[in-house]
Design a protein around this ligand. Structure first.
Ligand code: TRP
Ligand code: SF4
Length: 403
């Protein structure tokens, strides 16, 4: 029996060299060795912005076209869409009861998001200004009540009666203060920590949905990059909690840490669609060459006779991944000023186009066969659902909710 792997990708649209080196190369290999489930996490794509729904169809089409062009093969791996397998949502709901809020607040992905928002100028925190309002309100109230009390006291001669009346008035004012100040504080907390109004319930629950994605298929391994390890940890915790509460249903999966080489974009930052610095798998030869020529290089290398510093040069970072055979030679040539940056880039462009050539050919072939990615994904989703339904049945049974 082959072991099983499962992994997902958010539907971000067409993919670039970073995805190729970081994920697709691995999937390509894994599908030959394992029973593989690869899916489009379309619901996850809504967690930071529900308006992404509008682009989802197009994004899925482009992204999965890239999967196929790279060689991910529906004959070898089950390719499917999260939202076409409703059990993901069902299991997510059950799991949402098994994970504490504090566990989710501690999730580094969530904390990073808060950090981004804070840097973006959103201020959190509680001020005492609100409590000052409460104080004034209560002072007015105290004036009224104590005036009445003073009158009452003036007509009394029994000290015990006076004491009881004073005490009960003071205490009731005090309790009012605590109540109102508490309410005000909570109000302030909810309003002033504006990130809570920016971040959705679903965003906080991102790793809970991911846990359901994973555990439905009881995989041995989950191939992911290092940034996802915290989510796999939450998945393992949830699986353990479920098993403890209801009985052994879920094997505890392991992250299969795949090497994700750093692929810089044209501006030297991490290659990303949002930075507009990416070389796409679907770019044609000319576009790739033009983009490579735009790459920044070692800024201290002004003349060709200046030796360069490959370790800080993004072009060299790409050579290291896509042109391994020549890396050593280029390193030598650069540090001894025997090669110019233009020539170095030309060699990279050539190499990249060589890498992309079979991908382009397969894409052309897919187009000529009029391959419909949604047809493939729907068929895969039917297979995935069979598996998922079996797991959900076990879940209901274990919980005693199999009516
Ligand atoms: N969170 C993953 C990412 O951003 C995508 C994902 C969703 C995933 N569900 C998954 C990955 C389940 C592996 C398994 O890359
Ligand atoms: Fe970068 Fe190549 Fe120029 Fe060296 S020769 S600085 S590695 S582009």
């Amino acid at each position: 029996m082959k072991k099983r792997v499962l992994s997902g990708m958010r539907a971000t649209g067409k993919l670039h060299l970073g995805h190729l080196a970081g994920v697709l190369v691995n999937w390509n290999r894994l599908q030959n060795e394992y029973e593989s489930y690869f899916f489009v996490a379309d619901w996850h794509g809504l967690t930071d912005n529900p308006e992404n729904a509008r682009q989802m169809k197009e994004n899925i089409r482009n992204m999965v076209m890239d999967w196929l062009a790279v060689g991910i093969d529906p004959e070898k791996a089950t390719l499917f869409i999260q939202s076409l397998v409703p059990q993901h949502a069902e299991l997510h709901l059950v799991f949402s009861m098994l994970v504490s809020l504090s566990r989710l607040f501690r999730n580094p992905t969530y904390k990073d998001k808060l950090e981004d928002l804070r840097k973006g100028g959103v201020e959190g925190g509680i001020s005492l200004a609100g409590i000052r309002d409460v104080k004034e309100e209560l002072e007015r109230k105290a004036d009224e009540e104590l005036k009445a009390t003073a009158q009452f006291v003036a007509g009394q001669s029994d000290r015990d009666t006076i004491f009881r009346k004073l005490k009960s008035d003071v205490m009731s004012l005090f309790y009012d203060f605590v109540d109102r100040a508490g309410e005000k504080l909570i109000e302030e907390m909810l309003e002033s920590s504006s990130f809570h109004s920016v971040i959705s319930y679903g965003f906080l629950g991102y790793p809970v949905l991911q846990s359901a994605d994973i555990l439905l298929y009881k995989p041995h391994y989950v191939p992911v990059g290092a940034d996802q390890v915290a989510h796999i940890e939450i998945t393992r915790d949830i699986a353990e909690k479920f098993n403890r509460l209801y009985g052994e249903v879920f094997p505890i999966p392991e992250a299969l840490l795949t090497e994700t080489p750093k692929i810089p974009g044209m501006d030297g930052r991490k290659m990303s669609k949002s930075y507009d610095n990416a070389i796409y798998l679907s770019d044609d030869e000319e576009t790739v060459s033009k983009k490579v020529m735009k790459y920044i290089t070692d800024p201290q290398r002004i003349r060709k006779s200046d030796p360069g510093r490959p370790e800080i040069c993004p072009v060299f970072a790409l050579h290291k991944v896509f042109n391994r055979e020549e890396t050593e030679e280029i390193y030598q040539a650069c540090t001894t000023a025997k090669i110019g940056c233009v020539q170095c880039k030309r060699r990279l462009a050539e190499k990249l186009n060589e890498t992309l050539k079979p991908i382009r050919e397969r894409r052309k072939e897919l187009k000529s066969r009029n391959v419909d990615v949604f047809e493939i994904l729907k068929e895969g989703s039917r297979d995935a659902e069979k598996f998922a339904r079996r797991t959900m049945d076990e879940v209901r049974k274990a919980m005693g909710m199999d009516y």
